[in-house]
Design a protein around this ligand. Structure first.
Ligand SMILES: NC(=O)c1ccc[n+]([C@@H]2O[C@H](COP(=O)([O-])OP(=O)(O)OC[C@H]3O[C@@H](n4cnc5c(N)ncnc54)[C@H](OP(=O)(O)O)[C@@H]3O)[C@@H](O)[C@H]2O)c1
Length: 271
């Protein structure tokens, strides 16, 4: 990060900013001088985190809200007004979840919940923040996933929700180009957070091997870089980006490459 770069006199909203990647993003923003509003559901975590940051001399504010619901998003917008007088320079749509069930065990309610948390929260918050972002010539960073480029077996719903998040970024960055708002997408790979432990796992599916996981701080620095110098997309695993392209031009080859990479009992389809 350039020493000369500062975010003082700017404001940011980070959803899911009390843990994992979101918390690391908040700390990067605070370090650069931004005033940051943190939104998460667990009020005690919001209170504990913001008190700690405030005690360290940073300008951190908090709102306990579920951004998967219209009421929660309204509370977040109220907090942006109350805390920042309606100024918003950076919106980081970071909240996301997964439900660890095989596709055939998913209910429609499961899928709707996943879409509400991963897709609806980002879509609706971004639209609601539009006037504020336009006034500030601000930026939006959507935290998607490498599986948004190429769906993977065992995570059909999650892959679909992240493909939608990536797709929103592609559409909006053009749609809002003449509004002075930069819209960017970050596609992290496996990251060392409590993400998998936080997920419902009714079938007791095994945790992924975290041996190759990226540190949350490294992902957060990519978000800051996208805010400083917006570019359409940043994928944190170039092999996944190639796999995404291969899935379009040579899908059977991509299937075989994916199965080879995932191992386990998956088989490349023959028809
Ligand atoms: N970890 C990975 O391997 C990985 C890889 C690729 C992409 N990602 C994506 O990166 C993002 C962050 O993941 P993470 O690993 O940092 O997750 P995490 O460690 O589970 O943290 C999730 C954060 O979001 C908050 N949150 C969850 N649901 C919420 C809701 N409905 N409303 C408001 N806040 C909510 C949580 O606090 P509360 O529980 O108190 O609400 C927490 O602060 C997600 O979009 C995820 O899909 C993660």
């Amino acid at each position: 990060m350039s020493d000369a770069w500062t975010l003082s006199d700017t404001t940011a909203l980070v959803t899911g900013g009390t843990q994992g990647i979101g918390r690391a993003i908040v700390e990067e923003l605070l370090d650069l001088g931004a005033s940051v509003l943190v939104a998460a559901r667990t009020a005690s975590d919001v209170e504990a985190q913001t008190s700690m940051w405030t005690a360290e001399g940073y300008d951190a504010r908090g709102v306990a809200a579920d951004v998967a619901t219209p009421e929660g998003r309204a509370a977040v917008l109220d907090a942006v007004q109350a805390e920042f007088g309606g100024r918003l320079d950076t919106l980081v749509n970071n909240v996301g979840t997964n439900l660890r069930k095989p596709t055939l065990a998913y209910t429609l309610d499961d899928l709707r919940h996943l879409m509400a948390v991963n897709l609806e929260s980002a879509y609706e918050l971004t639209r609601a923040c539009y006037p504020l972002l336009k006034a500030a010539s601000g930026s939006v960073v959507n935290v998607s996933s490498v599986v948004g480029r190429r769906g993977i077996p065992g995570q059909a719903g999650y892959s679909a929700s992240k493909a939608a998040v990536s797709s929103i970024g592609e559409a909006l960055r053009v749609e809002w180009a003449d509004k002075g708002i930069a819209v960017t997408t970050l596609e992290p790979a496996l990251t060392a957070t409590g993400f998998f432990q936080a997920q419902e796992n009714p079938r007791g599916l095994p945790d992924p091997d975290m041996g190759n996981a990226v540190a949350a701080d490294d992902v957060a620095r990519e978000v800051l870089e996208l805010d400083r110098a917006p570019r359409p997309l940043r994928s944190l695993r170039w092999k996944w980006r190639i796999l995404g392209a291969l899935s379009v031009v040579a899908p059977r080859l991509a299937d075989r490459a994916l199965v080879g990479r995932l191992g386990g009992d998956w088989r490349a389809p023959e028809r």
